[in-house]
Design a protein around this ligand. Structure first.
Ligand SMILES: *Cc1c(COP(=O)(O)O)cnc(C)c1O
Length: 390
């Protein structure tokens, strides 16, 4: 095609073949659609997630690489990557629940998820019962004929309760219920809920999986193919699909996930111990401390206790606010899982919509400070915290 004019040449750009080599890094397939030689292959790809790549809302090779990476890490058969953690959570709940279904959730769950469940109750006639995250008997007693799904979080925010995954998922399985576990705070390095009997694992990949506070994403991982296909169909119809560039950044982050988690956990351990011993601090919530309600369970379930903890100061709300405005290295910001250490006050931000009774149910005080520990040198972090405490 040497006789083409510039107007045509600029449209039909060359795509050189890879003659005998391939890239080390996963390529970014920044394309909305795919080209076919065979119309039958085109038609087939529209119907199923494992057919040829057809259209970016259905599937994309870079997004698929992320899905396979996380499915592998979690021990699942397949995964659906989404534009955000909430995209994954909504895809799972909306694909699997119908009006009149009953859902059982643990008490302390992510604010966005609580809001979605509230909306499902109000607008779709779905019923919900809340139970403690570590009480399989309470779960058993809450089951009704209409119960469909059990919703858990491996480590909850911000008081870091650990769910009794084997106990709770075991009860769900016996009763034929689908168990969904938000594993964002643990990451597959600390916990693989499917190994404990969960059916679906969801993540905000915005957090530890991507790890650098520069991308939004989510993913749902499945223990069985039937649930996967159901959620894939719903999620692609909903348009919750992950973007290739976001998926590419997330894959890049995953390559250092084990190294980062090790440092997040080690830094959190050291800071939690030192804060616990500090006279200005009344309580530290971190499952690696013997005083935490999940200590025994966490010791059995997790090889490390995560990079998030929270604490209360003797001086209450005022002292908490003073601390947050006095740190210099730690940043006053939402989210977690990035390399920088972040501090925030749940009662006025992430859990602002809860009343006093609900805050108490979550174990949150007005002055509770939540820390998402980064990977800085721990002595620099402690120097910052110590000056802010004084
Ligand atoms: C952040 C977060 C979500 C929501 O994820 P987005 O990526 O913000 O949509 C869900 N669950 C947990 C535990 C989270 O921390």
């Amino acid at each position: 095609m040497t006789d083409l004019r510039p107007e045509t040449r600029t449209v039909h750009l060359p795509q050189p073949p890879l003659n005998g080599s391939r890239p080390i890094a996963t390529p970014l397939y920044q394309t909305s659609g795919f080209v076919f030689d065979d119309p039958a292959v085109f038609a087939d790809g529209m119907k199923r997630p494992d057919g040829a790549f057809v259209y970016g809302r259905l599937s994309n090779p870079t997004v698929r690489a992320l899905e396979e990476a996380v499915a592998g890490l979690e021990g699942g058969v397949a995964a659906v990557a989404t534009a955000s953690g909430m995209g994954a959570i909504n895809s799972v709940l909306l694909a699997l629940l119908r009006p009149g279904d009953h859902l059982i959730s643990q008490n302390a769950i992510y604010g966005g998820t609580a809001s979605v469940i509230g909306d499902l109750v109000e607008r779709f006639g779905i019923e919900v019962t809340y139970v403690p995250e570590d009480d399989p008997q309470a779960l058993r007693e809450a089951i009704r004929p209409s119960t469909k799904l059990v919703y858990l979080e491996t480590i909850a925010n911000p008081v870091t309760q650990v769910a009794d995954l084997p106990g709770m998922c075991g009860v769900a399985r016996e009763a034929g219920l689908i168990s969904v576990v938000d594993n964002t705070f643990a990451s597959p390095i600390l916990c693989r809920p499917l190994e404990h009997g969960a059916d679906v694992v969801v993540h905000s990949t915005t957090k530890y999986l991507s790890g650098h506070a520069d991308v939004l994403g989510g993913i749902a991982v499945f223990a069985d193919d039937e649930l996967y296909r159901k959620v894939w169909k719903f999620s692609t119809n909903l348009g919750a699909t992950a973007d290739p560039f976001a998926s590419w950044l997330t894959l890049r982050g995953i390559q250092t996930l084990p190294l980062r988690m090790e440092r997040h956990c080690a830094n959190a351990h050291e800071l939690a111990l030192r804060l616990d011993a500090h006279p200005a601090v009344s309580v530290v919530h971190w499952p690696g401390l013997p005083s935490h309600r999940s200590y025994a369970l966490a010791g059995k379930l997790l090889p490390g206790f995560g990079g998030v903890f929270s604490f209360d100061l003797v001086g209450g709300r005022e002292a908490g606010e003073k601390f947050m405005s006095s740190v210099r290295l730690a940043l006053l910001a939402p989210s977690l899982g990035g390399v920088e250490t972040l501090v925030m006050q749940p009662s006025t931000t992430s859990h602002k919509s809860l009343n006093a009774e609900e805050l108490a149910r979550h174990g949150i005080e007005e002055g509770t400070v939540r820390v998402a520990v980064g990977i800085e040198h721990v002595e620099d972090l402690w120097a910052d915290f110590a000056q802010a405490l004084s």
